[in-house]
Design a protein around this ligand. Structure first.
Ligand SMILES: NC(=O)c1ccc[n+]([C@@H]2O[C@H](COP(=O)([O-])OP(=O)(O)OC[C@H]3O[C@@H](n4cnc5c(N)ncnc54)[C@H](O)[C@@H]3O)[C@@H](O)[C@H]2O)c1
Length: 287
């Protein structure tokens, strides 16, 4: 018995990179997979079609969906494709994402809008119809892709970071809304080599940061191995897998309890208002 026997998984942006690695592993574990991607190779061939064909050739079940998931029509047709091909929608991985990196003063409105549209609006467009189906059919698991660039910040990525921190907010709310319907929701902050970074890496680094390592974290999230867990955020790379969560400082009583509280009182109590450890930076995830 494999981990995902009888399950149907929808994966956005699965024509290459992390999404392709998730699709191949989920199919190996018995899931039927719907491979979404708008990407095409130099000859104009669909990357989603190519991945779906390769999975079928190795004995798995897969279909392609080639529409843009940042539109409501694309989101609805992704669900329709899954239901038409396989009759179910048990797992959704919102993985498709793009970069348009520039520091804020060089960032044009079009690059802000496009990144927010693809990385964040897609969460609404795809998840809404799939969540509705899961709610009516006994539940499911949804993985939303964030990034340490948004969770801790990274220079030159204000549009990308805003979209990826928005994904965490979306997941936090969806975990609450899904709980009573058996819909589990995860946030995944991955790190792996990508089409952009692979040519710059040596063979050893490539092996360490292969997307296949992250795929095992995604499999854990969507399978029964994670039980009833929901609402968590995992960082996952070939270097480490670990939960990221918000923690609070001890704090001081606010003005409602302590009528005389002033800005000077806050300054005098900084040891309680702030936590003493250094904040995480992007470099903490590079090892
Ligand atoms: N690679 C990393 O280290 C890393 C780090 C943090 C977060 N992420 C996130 O993980 C996800 C996958 O990253 P990757 O490195 O595999 O990227 P990738 O560029 O290799 O793959 C993303 C895929 O999404 C597809 N896509 C883009 N816009 C789409 C749309 N509107 N509709 C359908 N498909 C679309 C692309 O064609 C591409 O095939 C992204 O959300 C990315 O932001 C990656």
């Amino acid at each position: 018995m494999s981990l995902l026997d009888g399950k149907v998984a929808l994966i956005t942006g699965a024509g290459r990179g992390l999404g392709e690695a998730y699709a191949r592993l989920f199919a190996k574990e018995g899931a039927a997979v719907v491979i979404n991607d708008v990407g095409r190779d130099d000859q104009g061939r669909s990357s989603a079609e190519a991945v779906a064909a390769a999975i079928r050739e190795s004995g798995g079940r897969a279909v392609a969906h080639t529409q843009d998931i940042s539109t409501t029509a694309g989101g609805q047709s992704l669900l329709a494709t899954a239901l038409e091909a396989f009759g179910r929608a048990d797992i959704l991985v919102n993985n498709a994402g793009i970069l348009r990196d520039k520091s804020l003063l060089k960032l044009e409105e079009a690059d802000w809008d496009l990144v927010l549209q693809v990385n964040l609006k897609s969460m609404y467009c795809v998840t809404r119809p799939v969540f509705a189906w899961m709610k009516e059919h006994g539940g499911g698991v949804i993985v939303n892709t964030s990034s340490t660039s948004g969770l801790v910040g990274n220079f030159g990525q204000s549009n990308y970071g805003a979209s990826k921190a928005g994904v965490l907010g979306f997941s936090n709310v969806l975990a609450l809304e899904g709980a009573k319907f058996g819909v589990r929701v995860w946030t995944l902050a991955p790190a792996a080599l990508s089409a952009l970074t692979a040519p710059l890496m040596g063979e050893e680094m490539k092996a360490q940061l292969a997307p296949e390592h992250v795929a095992h974290a995604a499999l854990y999230m969507v399978s029964s191995l994670s039980g009833t867990r929901t609402g968590h955020t995992l960082f996952a790379s070939g270097h480490s897998i670990r939960e990221l969560k918000l923690v609070s400082a001890e704090g001081i009583p606010g003005a409602g309890y302590h009528g005389g509280l002033t800005a000077h009182d806050i300054a005098a109590a900084e040891d309680k208002v702030f936590r003493s450890e250094a904040a995480l930076t992007i470099m903490d995830f590079a090892k």
